[in-house]
Design a protein around this ligand. Structure first.
Ligand code: ATP
Length: 327
């Protein structure tokens, strides 16, 4: 199914703000594998210094797009500029300005953490210091541990260190916290947020909506090879103006007919005594409802007010774009 353009999908031009420099510009990118159109003409625009979240279900076209941006894959059509150059003609010097952290990595098992970082530093003309790099990723206290002895989370940190040691301007991070426990994930988020302070632009691919919400300045959602929405996480898909859902249970001894008109007229669903009310402006319902309850001396113990989460919006966008449940 061909997804219709979402109102939030304002395209790359809308992000051209004075004083902001584009690090990645993509227009009409198409990638076909034989008969399969994996990427169907997408636009992307990433500004210098931002964390850009690239979201999408399995098979949406993320890896294909990222590999094209990194210069690892030739595209079928479209215009792509990364750090001012076409990745298909990227020189060694251009490549040295990128850092890439892949999902699967195999740092040298029998080298220590510091030796691994020193080895990679040798590939770059003006590398960052080894100690400084280890400090950045939170491995400063483990320079002498063998890479093969690190935990999964520490291993990912080493991966990031190996990408950062070249002092890149642009860092591609592919699902950096998959398989992490909650505290390791938080620590990784702090590390990624810290990169912003260094002025590094981060292109973050993730399946976790909370990760995108926490880290990304701007996100683009790809589904079925098309961008179905883009914008800051707080306003993606119009979620900031989507109606709030208000739920409460009718207090014992009261009936729907007793409720104030402003509440009764906005009831959108009912499950026994539990009512669902939707309202663009929750105050317009909550004020009369709570005043009514107070006047009657009854409690609304399980009152709940909820706006759609980024995950709600993401699932809706990707489901309607692909016609399937998503990962
Ligand atoms: P995931 O989240 O599962 O990694 P993705 O969003 O990265 O998915 P891609 O790996 O870009 O998606 O794949 C997009 C589509 O292109 C899929 O249908 C995939 O099967 C197909 N595809 C990817 N690489 C190739 C290839 N080398 N040859 C043929 N088809 C491919």
């Amino acid at each position: 199914m061909d997804p219709s353009p979402h109102p939030d999908n304002t395209g790359p031009r809308a992000r051209d703000r004075p004083g902001t420099e584009a690090v990645i510009e993509v227009e009409g990118l198409v990638m076909r594998y034989g008969e399969l159109e994996a990427v169907g003409g997408i636009d992307l625009h990433v500004n210098r210094g931002e964390v850009f979240g690239f979201l999408g279900p399995n098979g949406a076209g993320k890896t294909t797009t990222v590999e094209i941006l990194e210069g690892y894959r030739r595209r079928t059509a479209g215009r792509v500029t990364v750090l001012g150059d076409d990745p298909e003609r990227g020189t060694a010097r251009w490549r040295g300005r990128l850092g890439v952290v892949l999902q699967e990595s195999a740092p040298e098992q029998y080298l220590t953490v510091a030796e691994c970082v020193r080895l990679y530093a040798g590939y770059y003309p003006a590398p960052r210091g080894v100690d400084e790099t280890l400090e950045l990723v939170g491995l400063a206290d483990r320079p002498d541990v063998l890479a093969g002895r690190l935990s999964g989370g520490q291993r990912r940190r080493l991966d990031v260190a190996l990408a950062l040691v070249g002092d890149p301007e642009l860092l591609f991070l592919d699902e950096p916290t998959t398989g992490f426990d909650p505290s390791a994930r938080r620590a990784a988020w702090d590390m990624i947020a810290g990169l912003r302070g260094l002025g590094v632009t981060v292109f973050l691919t993730t399946h976790y909506m909370d990760e995108a919400e926490h880290l990304a300045d701007h996100v683009a959602v790809i589904a079925g090879g098309h961008i179905v929405a883009e914008g800051p996480p707080a306003t993606l898909g119009g979620r900031n103006v989507a109606p709030a859902e208000i739920r409460f249970t009718l207090p014992t001894g009261t009936a729907i007919a007793d409720l104030p008109e402003a509440v009764r007229s906005t009831i959108a669903g009912q499950d026994g005594d539990r009512l669902l009310v939707t309202a663009v402006s929750p105050i317009a319902v909550l004020a009369p409802l709570t005043a009514w309850a107070a006047a009657r001396g009854v409690d609304l113990a399980d009152l709940e007010v909820r706006r759609p989460t980024l995950e709600d919006i993401y699932l809706e966008l990707t489901r309607s774009a692909t016609g399937t449940a998503t990962s």
